[in-house]
Design a protein around this ligand. Structure first.
Ligand code: CA
Ligand code: CA
Length: 174
């Protein structure tokens, strides 16, 4: 009986320690936005970063996905791919509550798909529960198009036991 319990414990530990993607439909390959919500974004097939689909917006509108509130100490990476034909800017938010969020501006330097790593932007403590991106308006005379694809938030239960997790390191400097 004892060995069975140990085996069950090991199996449960292995299941918990596997890194998991917190987002659903992170590359829009469902062909619809769900479960993303938005004020104007749509799914298109115009030059996606990968697969068949990406998300598209014209103007400064938001797209957001909520997920199970997750301890930042276990979030090992936040990345996404973004494209704007004009050299412009866009904003993104990390939400820790319905109206509790941090916002930052990203400067776009060229028209090609670019990967951004937002992991540094996590708070040292708290539970992340949604991510939100914006398009833009203005910049040059071209249409204010924004494309988004392959968003990823990786959660790993096992890293909470390690003092070298990103959140712990950040806490030293807060
Ligand atoms: Ca895609
Ligand atoms: Ca413009």
């Amino acid at each position: 009986m004892r060995y069975i319990l140990i085996l069950l414990f090991l199996a449960a530990s292995a299941a918990l320690s596997a890194p998991v993607e917190l987002l659903a439909n992170p590359g829009f390959e469902d062909g619809v936005l769900t479960p993303w919500t938005t004020s104007n974004w749509t799914v298109v097939t115009t030059d996606p970063h990968s697969g068949t689909y990406c998300a598209f917006d014209e103007g400064n509108y938001w797209i957001k996905q909520e997920f199970t509130p997750s301890d930042v100490k276990n979030i090992v990476s936040v990345t996404f791919w973004y494209r704007q034909p004009e050299a412009a800017i866009f904003a993104f938010d990390f939400l820790y509550g319905p109206s509790d969020y941090d916002e930052e501006i990203v400067y776009v330097t060229g028209p090609n798909w670019t990967e951004y790593d937002l992991t540094y932007f996590l708070r040292s403590t708290g539970n992340l529960q949604a991510i939100r991106f914006y398009g833009y308006s203005g910049a040059g005379p071209d249409p204010d198009y924004s494309y988004l694809d392959d968003v990823s938030i990786i959660y790993d239960e096992s890293v909470s036991l390690q003092p070298s997790t990103f959140g712990s390191i950040k806490a030293m400097f807060d």
